[in-house]
Design a protein around this ligand. Structure first.
Ligand SMILES: [Cu+2]
Length: 768
C-alpha cells in the first residue's frame, strides 16, 4: 500500500556490524536523507525496522502478527489478515493504533477491518510498540500501549540526479495454499517523488496439525470440509497506493492515496464472514524544520464500505423452508419470505464508516536542552450499520444496528522532556473531549422508529423503544497524565519507571448496539468467543492507572548480551466487561448459562492486570568457521482479574516463551525457533471461555540475502503439532452458525480454534 525502500536498506541494517562496500555507503546516506523525522521518545519503544520485518513477510500477510516476537504482545485470532494485537492483556480499541499517523477505526460489528489490517506487511517500513506507559503525545483514547506503523517516507534523488528504483516479491505458503506478491516503484528528482506500491495475497483454509472435530458438513449442500481443516480461514486481499512527495529547504509534503479491496476474508471464530471490504484512504502530511523547531501537520480521510454475510463454509439458507435449524444442510428455498416457516437467503450486513482527522504538533527545543511538545488532534467519525431483510425472522424491513453513529474526538496535549545528568524525564498531560451520538433504530419488524410497544418478535420493538426514548448524546472529558523517567547509572544498565493515568471512551458498538435478541447480539462481537453482545447507553469511560518498571542490563557496547525485565501493574476503574443478559426479562440473567454460548451486556466493572515481561539475548559465538551464533529469549506472564466479580478477564495469554537460535554466515541467516505456551486454566466464567492445553512448537527459517535479491524459506510448526490457540476463541467456522442449533447439528460450544499445522513457505524478493 505504501512505498518502500530498497531491501538493501534491510541488508545494511542486518549486517550493520560488518564492513560496508563503498557503494553501499552512498546508498545508506540516501536512506538517511529520506528517513522521516525521528519519532519522539522512541527510546521507550520496541522498534521493528524493515530488516527485522522482511523475514516475517514470507510467513504472514497479517501485519498484527509481525508484533508477536515482542515480549508482552500477542495476537487475538481474527481473519487471516486481521488478528487483533493484545499488549499485556489489553486488546483492540484499548490500544492506540496509528497507521501513517491516521487513527483508523474498525468499522464492523466484529472489528474485522482492524486498523492494522489496512496495511500489508510488505508495505510496512517500521513499527514502534509502546508496551508500557505511553507518552501522551502518542496515546489518547486508549488505556494500553500504542502501536505506530509507518510506511516508507518518500525517497528523493541527490541534487541534480534522478532516482528510479523499485522492488518486487512473491511468496508461497503450503498450508492453505497461500500465495501473493508485491510490487513498488519510485521515480524521483531531488525535490519531487512519486511512488506506487501494490500487493496481493490469497489463501484457502488452513489445516490444523490433526483432526479437531468429528463432522465435515458446512450447512451448504455438498460442501464438506476435512476433519483437520479449519473452516472459514480463507481470504483474498489487494492493497494499492500512490504516494507523492515534495521537499524543499527543510519542508516535506506528502500526499498518499491508498485503496484496499478485500473480496472475502472468512472468520473461524465469528458467525459471519467479510464478503467485501473496500477502503479509500487520503493522507496529506507536512513536516517542517523551522527556526524555532519542528512542525508537523496532517489531514486524513478514510472511507470504509464493509459487507458481511455467510462465506463458503457457513450455511446460507435459513428458515423453515430450508429445513429449519435442525437440518445439517440448509436447502435452497423460495420464495424469500418471513416467519418461522419462511425462507431466508443469507444475512446481508452493511457497514459504512467515514473517518476524517486533522493533527498538528510542534516540537520546541529549549535553551536548557529540554524539549517541549505541544499538539492538537481532531477526529470526526461517522458510522452506519444496517442489515437488509433476507427472510424468515429477518423480514420484512431493514434492521438498524447503528443508525448515524457519531464519535468525534478533540484532543490537546503538552509534553516536557527533561534531560539532566543521568536522568531523562518525560512529563505529559492530555485532555480529550469525546462527543458521541446515534440516531433512532428499528428492527426487521418495522419500517419506523418505535417509541412505545412491547409485543413483537424477539423483543425488537421493546428494545428499540427503550433505546429510542433515551438520551443518546454523550460527552466525555478525559484526562491522561504520564510520567516516564529513565535513569542510566552506567553504560551497562538502564532503569525506567512509568506512571500513568489513561482513559478510553466506549466505542460506538459498546454504547449503541441495542437488541437483546440472541441472533442480533451474536452479530455484535469483537472477541471471537461465539457469544452475543448488547451495548449499554450508560457506559462510562475506562480509566487505567499503570505502574511499569524496567531494568535493562547489558554489556557496554549493547551487542554481546542483554537482559531486560519489566514488571507492571494496571488498575482499571470502570473497565468495560460484560454480564450475562436475559432478553425475556431484559435484566441480568439470574441463573448463569454454563458451558454454552450466551448473550451478554457491556457493563462498567473494575479490573486489574499485572505481569512480567522478560527479554534476553546472548552472543554464543562469533567469528567461527560456522559464523556467528546468537541466542534470544522472550517470556511473558500476564494475569487479569475482574475486581468486582473475581472472574478472570477474557483472552489473557497464558505464560509463554520463545527461544531463538540464529546463525549468521555470510549471506546466510538460519534460525531455529522454539515457542512454548502453558495451558490456559484461568478462564472467564461469565463468557464461558474455554480452557486450552499447553504446547510447544518448533520453527525453522533460512534467509539468503544478496545486494539486489533475497530468498526466505522456512517451515512453520516443523513437527506438525496440533494445538489450540489460547486467544483463538470459539470455533464457529462452519455449519448453522446464525444460531445455537439442536444437536447433532453444529456448531456447538466447546471447540477452541486450532492453530495451523505444518507449513512450508518461501519468498523471493528483488530490488532494482
Ligand atoms: Cu464485519
Amino acid at each position: 500500500m505504501q512505498p518502500r525502500l530498497k531491501p538493501l536498506t534491510a541488508l545494511i541494517a542486518l549486517y550493520a556490524t560488518q564492513s560496508l562496500a563503498a557503494d553501499d555507503v552512498s546508498i545508506l546516506s540516501e536512506v538517511l536523507v529520506t528517513a522521516p523525522g525521528e519519532l519522539p521518545l522512541d527510546s521507550g519503544a520496541t522498534t521493528l525496522n524493515r530488516a527485522e520485518i522482511a523475514p516475517k513477510r514470507a510467513r504472514t500477510s497479517d501485519t498484527a502478527s509481525l508484533l508477536t516476537d515482542i515480549p508482552g504482545v500477542s495476537a487475538q485470532t481474527g481473519g487471516g489478515l486481521s488478528s487483533l494485537p493484545v499488549i499485556r492483556g489489553l486488546a483492540d480499541d484499548r490500544l492506540r493504533t496509528k497507521v501513517d499517523g491516521m487513527d483508523l477505526v474498525a468499522s464492523c460489528p466484529n472489528h474485522m477491518n482492524s486498523p492494522l489490517s489496512y496495511i500489508d506487511p510488505t508495505a510496512v517500513e517500521s513499527i514502534q510498540v509502546y508496551s508500557g506507559v505511553t507518552p501522551v503525545s502518542l496515546g489518547g483514547d486508549s488505556i494500553g500501549g500504542s502501536i505506530l506503523v509507518q510506511s516508507a517516507a518518500p525517497a528523493f534523488a541527490d541534487p541534480g540526479e534522478r532516482l528510479v528504483k523499485g522492488e518486487t516479491g512473491i511468496f508461497y505458503r503450503s498450508n492453505g495454499d497461500s500465495w501473493g506478491g508485491n510490487l513498488s516503484g519510485t521515480y524521483a528528482t531531488d525535490s519531487l517523488s512519486l511512488t506506487y506500491t501494490g500487493s496481493y495475497a490469497q489463501s484457502d483454509n488452513y489445516k490444523a496439525g490433526g483432526d479437531f472435530k468429528d463432522y465435515g458438513f458446512t450447512g451448504r449442500p455438498g460442501h464438506i470440509l476435512d476433519l483437520d481443516e479449519v473452516g472459514s480461514t480463507a481470504y483474498e486481499a489487494s492493497n494499492q497506493s500512490v504516494k507523492f512527495g515534495w521537499q524543499n529547504d527543510g519542508n516535506l509534503v506528502d500526499l498518499t492515496y491508498g485503496r484496499q479491496h478485500i473480496p472475502y476474508e472468512n472468520y473461524p471464530n465469528q458467525r459471519m464472514d467479510m464478503t467485501d471490504n473496500l477502503s479509500d484512504q487520503f493522507n496529506l502530511a507536512y513536516t517542517g524544520e523551522l527556526a524555532w523547531g519542528t512542525l508537523k501537520a496532517r489531514a486524513y480521510y478514510e472511507h470504509t464500505q464493509h459487507e458481511m454475510d455467510f462465506g463458503d463454509d457457513k450455511r446460507y439458507w435459513y428458515g423453515g423452508a430450508s429445513g429449519g435449524s435442525a437440518a445439517l444442510e440448509g436447502n435452497p428455498c423460495s420464495p424469500i419470505s418471513g416467519g418461522m416457516t419462511g425462507c431466508a437467503a443469507g444475512m446481508p450486513m452493511y457497514t459504512d464508516g467515514k473517518n476524517g482527522g486533522v493533527t498538528l504538533s510542534a516540537e520546541l527545543p529549549l535553551a536548557s536542552g529540554d524539549l517541549v511538545r505541544l499538539g492538537g488532534e481532531y477526529q470526526n467519525y461517522r458510522l452506519d450499520d444496517w442489515w437488509t431483510p433476507s427472510g424468515a425472522n429477518m423480514w420484512p424491513y431493514t434492521f438498524w444496528n447503528i443508525n448515524d453513529g457519531q464519535r468525534d474526538r478533540f484532543a490537546l496535549y503538552g509534553e516536557w522532556e527533561i534531560s539532566k545528568d543521568r536522568w531523562t524525564h518525560i512529563l505529559g498531560v492530555r485532555f480529550e473531549n469525546i462527543a458521541m451520538d446515534a440516531g433512532q433504530v428499528h428492527g426487521y419488524n418495522l419500517d419506523s422508529y418505535p417509541t412505545t410497544g412491547t409485543t413483537s418478535p424477539v423483543s425488537q420493538t421493546r428494545d428499540a423503544s427503550i433505546f429510542n426514548t433515551q438520551d443518546r448524546a454523550k460527552t466525555d472529558h478525559n484526562w491522561d497524565l504520564s510520567w516516564l523517567a529513565r535513569f542510566t547509572p552506567a553504560d551497562t544498565q538502564t532503569y525506567e519507571i512509568g506512571l500513568a493515568q489513561k482513559t478510553r471512551s466506549p466505542n460506538l458498538y459498546e454504547r449503541y448496539t441495542w437488541s437483546t435478541w440472541q441472533m442480533a447480539a451474536f452479530m455484535n462481537n469483537f472477541v471471537g468467543d461465539g457469544n452475543g453482545y448488547v451495548g449499554n447507553l450508560d457506559l462510562k469511560p475506562e480509566v487505567a492507572s499503570t505502574l511499569s518498571l524496567t531494568a535493562d542490563w547489558h554489556d557496554a557496547g549493547q551487542q554481546r548480551w542483554g537482559v531486560k525485565l519489566t514488571p507492571y501493574y494496571t488498575y482499571v476503574r470502570d473497565y468495560i466487561d460484560a454480564v450475562q443478559w436475559d432478553s425475556a426479562t431484559n435484566a441480568p440473567r439470574v441463573v448463569p448459562v454454563v458451558d454454552n454460548f450466551t448473550v451478554l451486556k457491556y457493563v462498567n466493572q473494575s479490573a486489574y492486570l499485572y505481569g512480567l515481561d522478560l527479554a534476553a539475548h546472548y552472543v554464543v559465538a562469533s567469528g567461527t568457521a560456522y559464523g556467528d551464533f546468537r541466542l534470544q529469549g522472550l517470556a511473558s506472564y500476564t494475569k487479569g482479574e475482574n475486581d468486582d466479580t473475581d472472574d478472570t478477564l477474557y483472552n489473557i495469554m497464558p505464560l509463554n516463551a520463545k527461544l531463538i537460535l540464529t546463525q549468521e554466515l555470510g549471506p546466510w541467516r538460519n534460525t531455529l525457533e522454539g515457542e512454548f505456551v502453558a495451558g490456559k486454566e484461568d478462564v472467564s466464567q461469565v463468557r464461558n471461555e474455554m480452557q486450552t492445553a499447553g504446547y510447544g512448537l518448533a520453527h525453522l527459517r533460512s534467509r539468503y540475502e544478496r545486494k539486489t535479491w533475497s530468498l526466505e524459506v522456512g517451515i512453520e510448526n516443523l513437527f506438525d503439532r496440533f494445538y489450540e490457540l489460547p486467544l483463538g476463541g470459539a470455533y464457529v467456522g462452519q455449519g448453522t452458525t446464525m444460531t445455537i442449533p439442536p444437536e447433532p447439528n453444529e456448531p456447538q460450544w466447546g471447540t477452541p480454534v486450532p492453530g495451523p499445522g505444518r507449513s512450508i513457505y518461501a519468498s523471493l524478493s528483488l530490488s532494482f
